[in-house]
Write a protein that binds this ligand. Structure first.
Ligand SMILES: [Zn+2]
Length: 278
């Protein structure tokens, strides 16, 4: 599922006042690990401090070398936000973002001091960050646009070298595709993802993702026609012939997301767990 590039450095200065720290949590789902971004020099906003790892928290404070005023998160999955509360406690920073919805795989410790909604702006050391609501991977997902550079920090909405899991009910494929178009419409110069390296050709990367999702959708439609009346689990091998069996659990979640999108569009229907085309 993941095809990340060569090993990433632990610390990188990406642009004046924009730095990236790599959390030491590499895995199949997180690639090289979670990217934490620091904005500002005289004062700091931290984006996505990652899971609660003492060594990483210390690195964030050391590298900041200035008062940390804000801790922002893109969303509340366990590899992005759990260190936020502890970091705020140590530094007096305020938490900014969207609260965790109910459900599994959510960090319910994250309760923002200021809830951000689409279009809200945060200023740190002269840098303006604009929140862009991008539901799909997670219903409370926010991307952040660095207004002066027109870079978009994409969390798990768009990552480098891989596709992200859309896990219903909080994950939603129709919303995901609409949110991809929303980011593309800003014509960002660069995407800075939550996992992996900078994406320097955003329009091409986004087109590839949309194309990949729609190709998968057409495989779903073909499988439904060829094998009507199967459960989601039974459909997986017909739709994900290219995916190894140990990933079928995740494939099943994504397949359900595709089926729900087709049901919303009245192209598929479910009856007692069995799916058919309409
Ligand atoms: Zn996530």
């Amino acid at each position: 599922m993941t095809t990340f590039g060569p090993a990433m450095p632990d610390f990188t200065e990406l642009a004046p006042g924009v730095r990236r720290l790599l959390a030491p949590n590499p895995s199949m789902m997180t690639g090289p690990g979670t990217n934490t971004y620091l904005f500002g020099v005289a004062e700091i906003a931290v984006l996505d401090p990652g899971p609660l790892i003492e060594k990483h928290l210390e690195a964030i404070v050391d590298r900041s070398a200035a008062p940390i005023r804000w801790v922002l998160v893109t969303h509340t999955h366990p590899d992005h936000s759990p260190a936020a509360v502890e970091l705020a406690k140590r530094t007096g920073a305020k938490l900014l973002g969207s609260p965790a919805p109910l459900g599994r795989h959510q960090d319910s410790t994250f309760r923002p001091d200021r809830e951000l909604i689409d279009g809200d702006r945060v200023t740190v050391d002269g840098i303006e960050l604009e929140a862009i609501h991008t539901p799909g991977h997670a219903s409370n997902h926010l991307c952040y646009r660095h207004v002066q550079l027109n870079w978009i920090f994409t969390g798990d909405h768009i990552i480098d070298g891989s596709t992200v899991v859309i896990d219903p009910p909080d994950g939603n494929m129709s919303h995901y595709l609409a949110s991809l178009a929303k980011v593309n419409n800003r014509q960002p110069a660069i995407l800075a993802p939550g996992h992996g390296e900078l994406i320097r050709d955003p329009a091409r990367a986004i087109d590839w993702i949309i194309d990949h999702r729609l190709q998968r959708e057409s495989k779903v439609v073909a499988a439904l026609r060829a094998h009507p009346g199967l459960t989601v689990r039974q459909l997986v091998p017909h739709v994900y012939k290219d995916v190894s069996e140990h990933l079928y659990g995740w494939a099943e979640r994504s397949l359900l997301a595709h089926l729900e999108k087709l049901a919303d569009e009245r192209r598929a229907a479910e009856n007692s767990g069995y799916w058919s085309p309409t």
